[in-house]
Design a protein around this ligand. Structure first.
Ligand code: SAM
Ligand code: SF4
Length: 425
């Protein structure tokens, strides 16, 4: 999940700027920060068992901290259950990390950063980035929607957009460092509201980011259907540096289930957004997230989700079994669906999508795409990378040193999950 991974990068940046150095393993570290995510899984339990392993390290004089959703959710209880932890900090308080670390370094045993009612966004002078070509950049934090299954509003606090000039300055720096692709991040990235007098709309910000010298690709995720407007499609049409891919989570194809999920749109309204995207002059690939087995989802509800896949013909889906999360309204809903039944529904959904992807990918054989090479296989002359529409292509090329370059690749074969090809002359 880019958001959590990017958080780890930002925290690493804060630590580097405080003079910490990254080491290869927790064994050789003097400070261990454990970043956690509780979106879907029963993560808290896992975290406590991992923390058990860290206990020995604390005895050896190391500082142990817990960050992220589980930190936010469990709060000071962590100190009770794992007294060897000395720092608990939720993502809305990362900005205060240098200060909190200073307290821990000064010998303070129970340091917390758990506010979620902050207006601030997490701006760091320095972020350590793991992918040398694609930089992730958070433009809006938290979430003001209230989906009944979701812990994000609780763990990450209310929506806060970053100032457009700060974002553009950072993009400029990233381009100077050699990044050619940026991915703008936010739980509802397209709800972006520039807090400065400039008052840039999200689509204007996309165009301004694309205009920065050195930037060749701009991505954004995750878009919320209710805030997805025509000007975003117009921007993608007007500027080819904006990648032709939209991730637009639907969650369910049934209006009744969507209402129970408090998703703020109906099936028909969602399909209108799809029609908007399909009306673009260049083909835009569309991916989505779907939850099966939400409380009260009937066989008919599931059928509606399956028929939505037929109607939309997604290029990819991320599908999940509903998992009750703490502090969410759906926790109290009746009509729970058994795990076995959820698994059956998930399998049906994935089988349908597999058929769709098999067909769609087969139709791409013979086409040529520009890809940014980001992986090198252990097998000789084998490389991989993404198209602008975010498809992965594994391809062969006789050229050496392709990592980070843009090359044209012709598709020669397809599986449901990826494409294979050869570098085009
Ligand atoms: N903000 C985005 C949105 O509105 O779709 C994404 C939020 S979440 C980080 C990513 C995905 O996890 C969601 O789209 C949803 O499909 C899934 N998810 C979130 N909470 C869940 C839960 N309680 N059970 C199962 N899946 C969940
Ligand atoms: Fe969660 Fe809904 Fe906000 Fe996405 S829009 S982060 S699913 S509350």
């Amino acid at each position: 999940m880019p958001d959590e991974r990017h958080d780890s990068e930002k925290v690493a940046g804060v630590l580097l700027s405080r003079g910490y150095r990254q080491v290869e393993s927790p064994e050789s570290a003097s400070l261990v920060l454990y970043n956690t995510c509780s979106i879907r899984e029963k993560a808290a339990q896992k975290v406590f068992s991992r923390l058990g392993e860290f206990r020995v390290k604390q005895n050896e004089g190391r500082i142990i901290g817990v960050l992220g959703c589980v930190a936010q959710q469990e709060g000071e209880d962590i100190f009770e259950r794992a007294p060897w932890v000395s720092l608990v900090c939720g993502s809305a308080s990362y900005r205060k990390l240098p200060e909190l670390l200073a307290q821990v370094e000064a010998g303070n045993q129970r340091v917390t950063g758990l506010d979620t009612d902050t207006d601030e966004t997490f701006e760091t002078e320095m972020t350590r980035r793991d992918n040398p070509w694609r930089a992730y950049l958070t433009i809006i934090e938290g979430c003001d929607k209230a989906c009944s299954y979701c812990v994000v509003p609780y763990t990450r606090g209310p929506e806060r957009s970053r100032a457009s000039d700060a974002i553009l300055r950072e993009v400029r720096q990233l381009a100077e460092l050699g990044y050619s692709e940026v991915q703008l991040l936010g739980q509802t990235v397209n709800s972006y509201k520039d807090p400065t007098a400039r008052g840039m709309r999200f689509s204007e910000l996309l165009l301004a980011v694309a205009d920065e010298p050195g930037i060749r690709r701009v991505r954004f995720t995750t878009s919320h259907p209710s805030d997805f407007t025509r000007d975003i499609v117009d921007a993608i049409d007007a500027q080819t540096k904006l990648c032709n891919h939209v991730h637009l989570p639907v969650q369910s194809g049934s209006t009744r289930v969507l209402r129970a999920m408090q998703r703020t749109y109906s099936r028909e309204e969602y399909l209108e957004k799809i029609a908007l995207i399909r009306s673009a002059m260049r083909p835009i690939s569309i991916t989505t997230d779907i939850i099966v087995g939400f409380p009260g989802e009937t066989e008919e509800g599931l059928r509606e989700t399956l028929s939505l896949l037929d109607a939309v013909q997604y290029d990819g889906i991320f599908s999940f079994k509903y998992s009750p999360r703490p502090h969410t309204p759906s926790l109290a809903m009746s009509d729970a669906i058994s795990e076995e039944e959820k698994s059956r529904r998930l399998a049906m959904l994935q089988e349908k999508q597999r058929e769709i992807q098999t067909r769609k990918h087969a139709a791409l054989v013979g086409e040529t795409f520009e890809i940014l090479v980001s992986g090198k296989s252990r097998r000789e002359n084998q490389w991989s990378g993404h198209t602008t529409c975010h498809r992965v292509i594994n391809f062969s090329s006789q050229e050496p040193a392709l990592l980070g370059k843009y090359v044209r690749v012709q598709v020669t074969g397809a599986t449901p999950n990826c494409l294979v090809g050869e570098q085009a002359p």
